[in-house]
Design a protein around this ligand. Structure first.
Ligand SMILES: [Ca+2]
Ligand SMILES: [Ca+2]
Length: 549
């Protein structure tokens, strides 16, 4: 399912992006060539303001699976550091590192045993400082994963808390004499975490509450000591100069009798965390949302809670949406987000450590994951690329903790026996097709996913319209044609996409009054002005990005 026939059109991007002159298409009216700004200078300008995160492309890294620097089969911080040139070259502006704090790794590090240190498998605080310093020197920012809802049962706080009802950390966790409490109106978060959210600690002869695995006791945010201690942990990393946090299941901090999702005490805590970040220049934070239909609750007034929240309405459900032929269904989550508080910035994904690889979600249909990726890179919102999705990384089959492990296999750098990831067997087996789906092969294949991503990142870079521009979605007379405009300052872009994977479509977009003729920058669709209307022709499952002003 590799779209080799499309290669010439992808290559035209680099030409039309200003590197070479852009010849008009022989099959349509002469194409204009709009004057290009200095995109490198524009990118530097846009990424240098407090709004930098609205223009950045993020990249999520499972440190354990990215690059192993010392030959123990486990990825580490020096490994990530060694790959900064790759990330810079790809066009990445910021990293989100999955948890790197000490942990028994019963849940990929989302079970923190010490908030103020680095897991020994990953390196030292000095290694972290070196990574951060090198990343900053290359203009790449770094977010850490902040896991505040729970700790590991190996954390010193829990080790103390479980011993008695009177120790200094006795109320750091949510305890009960029975396996339930009337003021805790929720159970485990999902079926993989078990049937009961309460586990007996024999030493204390009480049950503790855990929304996830039994090794992940929930912290008690009704305790002022817990609030102070976790804010101090955030400050520890802020003071080390990290650029912000991805906050794990932040909605679930406080439990009440009637609900456990973004209750008022949780909102109050998030505002404290934001106030802490606002004490440092140009920081930001992104929420892992637990709501698939709206993320409005995460933004508060637009400036007092999260800078960004993951939109899983598209991010987790796109496999079904992209399978339909309805452009309106595809546009819906992006259109809905326009109603959020001013300042709200959606974080857009097609993959993460919590879901299947994009390859799987798309039912192996390459044009489907590519179109989904293209939407995350052109719709309003900040794209977060999950490591390896720029290769179309295939899933693994080995499961160590749970099924999510199939999307946490090592990054594939080349076709050598350990794929440039390590010199020994990896901690978890490589994914499928590793000899052909890897960086080395795809860099040299103009039809590869890697080249697709790299060209789109180059196209987006330094074009303000894709970061903070307005969105206008217009219904075509053909329901399978998606049409939207992004506009900012003196530039307007049009993105068109076909949701039909079988046939070529030609449709009319009524009343759009395009300000100028279309210069195609990407894809193979055509866009023509017809008075106040426009007409679009798109091959099956294809797309086009145009400049019209
Ligand atoms: Ca290692
Ligand atoms: Ca909780």
């Amino acid at each position: 399912m590799r779209d080799r026939w499309r290669a010439p059109f992808h290559l035209s991007v680099l030409m039309c992006a200003g590197l070479l002159s852009c010849k008009s298409d022989s099959t349509s009216a002469p194409s204009p060539t709009y004057p290009e700004k200095d995109h490198a200078a524009e990118a530097a300008r846009l990424l240098g303001t407090p709004d930098w995160y609205r223009h950045a492309v993020f990249y999520e890294i499972d440190v354990r699976s990215f690059s192993d620097s010392n030959g123990d089969g486990i990825g580490d911080l020096q490994g990530v550091r060694s790959k900064l040139p790759y990330l810079k070259d790809l066009g990445v502006d910021a990293l989100w590192l999955m948890p790197i704090m000490p942990s028994p790794f019963k849940d990929s590090g989302y079970d923190v045993a010490d908030y103020d240190a680095i897991a020994k498998e990953y390196g030292t605080l000095a290694d972290f400082d070196a990574l951060l310093s090198d990343a900053h020197a290359q203009g790449i920012r770094v977010f850490m994963d902040l896991v505040l809802n729970h700790t590991s049962d190996q954390h010193a706080w829990f080790q103390d808390s479980k011993t008695s009802k009177t120790n200094p950390h006795a109320d750091y966790y949510v305890w009960s004499d029975t396996a339930g409490r009337s003021d805790v109106g929720c159970g485990t978060y999902g079926p993989q975490f078990g049937s009961s959210a309460w586990t007996l600690a024999p030493e204390r002869n009480q049950y503790y509450f855990h929304r996830f695995y039994p090794g992940q006791p929930d912290l008690n945010y009704k305790s002022p000591d817990v609030v102070a201690a976790t804010l101090a942990a955030a400050k520890f990393w802020m003071d080390r100069n990290v650029d912000g946090f991805r906050c794990d299941v932040i909605a679930l901090l406080v439990e009440t009798a009637t609900g456990c999702d973004m209750v008022p005490d949780t909102v109050a805590y998030i505002k404290k965390l934001r106030a802490l970040l606002d004490g440092y220049p140009n920081r930001a934070m992104v929420a892992e949302s637990t709501n698939f239909t709206t993320t409005a609750a995460y933004y508060g007034s637009g400036s007092d809670m999260f800078s960004m929240a993951f939109d899983f309405g598209f991010g987790y459900l796109w496999g079904g949406v992209m399978k339909s032929t309805s452009a309106a269904d595809v546009a819906k989550p992006f259109v809905n987000a326009q109603q959020y508080p001013k300042g709200a910035q959606e974080a857009l994904v097609i993959g993460s450590h919590d879901v299947a690889r994009a390859y799987t979600t798309a039912n192996h249909v390459q044009s489907r994951w590519r179109r989904a990726a293209l939407l995350t890179l052109t719709m309003p919102g900040t794209p977060f690329i999950y490591y390896g999705d720029e290769l179309g990384l295939r899933p693994g089959t080995q499961v160590i903790v749970d099924g999510r492990d199939t999307a946490r296999t090592p990054m594939l750098w080349d076709a050598s026996p350990n794929h440039g990831f390590s010199t020994v067997a990896p901690w978890i087996a490589y994914g499928a097709e590793a000899d052909t789906i890897n960086v080395d092969v795809e860099k040299n294949d103009p039809t590869s996913d890697y080249v697709f991503y790299k060209q789109l990142l180059a196209l987006r870079r330094g074009r303000e319209a894709f970061g903070t521009g307005t969105l206008k979605v217009v219904a075509a007379d053909d329901p399978s044609i998606l049409y939207f405009e992004r506009a900012s300052g003196d530039e307007t872009y049009v993105v068109v996409m076909s949701m039909d994977e079988s046939d070529t479509h030609t449709g009319t977009i009524p009343g759009v009054s395009l300000p100028g003729d279309a210069q195609r920058l990407f894809g193979d669709a055509t866009l023509t002005r017809n008075g106040v209307d426009a007409s679009v022709t798109i091959n099956a499952a294809s797309y086009g990005i145009f400049r019209v002003r």
